[in-house]
Design a protein around this ligand. Structure first.
Ligand code: NDP
Length: 316
């Protein structure tokens, strides 16, 4: 068994940024990558909106660079998965985390950056064309479809927001909502219906995404009448929600109804002392690499301050 000052769980922009700051503060962090080393950005082709990359960068390369930067300051990055935690409820107490092979790790502070996973429809054609025109992030990938016809699936606030975002870039946006009404807030619904180049289709689902290497079209089905229609598109955006990766924290950390971790005020503090949350696991609003990185930095600073406070109270 080992004892750490700081354990970081998750390897997206939040986890690696926390690692950079924690390592520079001499907290000797160990970072467990999780099942998808590099996180959601490894499924994106080009990242054009992260400050500091004037020519853009592809997602996997950016994540390797973040890893290298974290390692340069002494972070130990381990390819592995934490599948159980036992948090202490006392200030200064030791938290326990267990890897998939049962190894126990004790840590004074734990930074949770396990992210969220975009939900997909699960159609074989959709899965085959991920990265070939199927995306779960309009803000990340919409720009590549400038002046083109695209479609978006979903009827919540995310779909409504992303549809209006895409409508500013693309010539036409077909929005598919599976029920006869949208779940999005009224104000967002109005924005959608007042945007002339959004073609809103209720009671409509996807039968198949058309195209072999890249998206070329969509066959959609009206679930009331059963009639199908094919439309040409080059991009398909899936906006049917995200699932925060918080299953192993249930019963120990406060979360909202959707499972996102709740942090206190402007900090990354969870309800337990020494346990911090950063990135998409505690943010369903912004969900950007740069905002995740920002909260990763905050989590490392919060951990450092917490450790200082614990040490000074022991000294007294
Ligand atoms: P939601 O869970 O709110 O909405 C998901 C949408 O996807 C629903 O319309 C749902 O349909 C649809 N859907 C789910 N599965 C499928 C499927 N298999 N096929 C077709 N459609 C499907 O997720 P969001 O990401 O939109 O929002 C998450 C949370 O974040 C919400 O609380 C939202 O209010 C909030 N948010 C707020 C924003 C803001 O205030 N600016 C911006 C973005 C999000 P159905 O209704 O039929 O179940």
């Amino acid at each position: 068994m080992e004892t750490l000052k700081t354990l970081i769980i998750g390897s997206g922009p939040a986890g690696y940024t926390a690692a950079i700051y924690a390592a520079r503060a001499d907290l000797k962090p160990v970072l467990y990558t999780g099942m998808e080393p590099g996180g959601q950005l490894t499924t994106t082709t080009e990242v054009d909106n992260f400050p500091g990359y004037p020519n853009g960068i592809d997602g996997p390369t950016m994540m390797i660079q973040l890893q290298n930067q974290a390692e340069r300051f002494g972070t130990e990055v381990r390819i592995g998965f934490i599948n159980k935690v036992e948090f202490s409820t006392n200030k200064g107490g030791m938290h326990k985390a267990f890897t998939e092979d049962g190894t126990e790790i004790q840590a004074q502070t734990i930074i949770i950056s396990t992210g969220a996973t975009a939900k997909y429809l699960g159609l074989p054609s959709e899965q085959r064309l991920r990265g070939g025109g199927v995306s779960a992030c309009a803000v990340c990938d919409g720009f590549f479809y400038k002046g083109q016809e695209v479609a978006i699936v979903g009827g919540g606030d995310t779909a409504a927001e992303e549809a209006t975002y895409l409508a500013k870039i693309c010539s036409k946006v077909t929005m598919l909502v599976r029920k006869e009404q949208m779940r999005a807030s009224k104000v967002m619904q109005h924005r959608v219906t007042n945007t002339p180049n959004i073609d809103l289709k209720y009671n409509t689902e996807i039968d198949e995404v058309l195209g072999q290497e890249v998206v070329e079209g969509l066959r959609m089905r009206n679930n009331n009448t059963g009639t199908t229609e094919e439309i040409p598109i080059t991009g398909l955006f899936i906006a049917i929600g995200h699932k925060p990766n918080t299953d192993i924290f249930k019963g120990q950390l406060n979360m909202d109804d959707a499972g996102y971790l709740i942090t206190k005020g402007k900090t990354t503090d969870t309800n337990l002392p020494g346990v911090f949350a950063s990135g998409d696991v505690q943010d369903k609003e912004y969900r950007q690499a740069v905002t995740a990185a920002g909260t990763g930095c905050m989590a490392a600073l919060d951990a450092e301050r917490y450790l200082q406070a614990v040490e000074s109270s022991v000294a007294i």
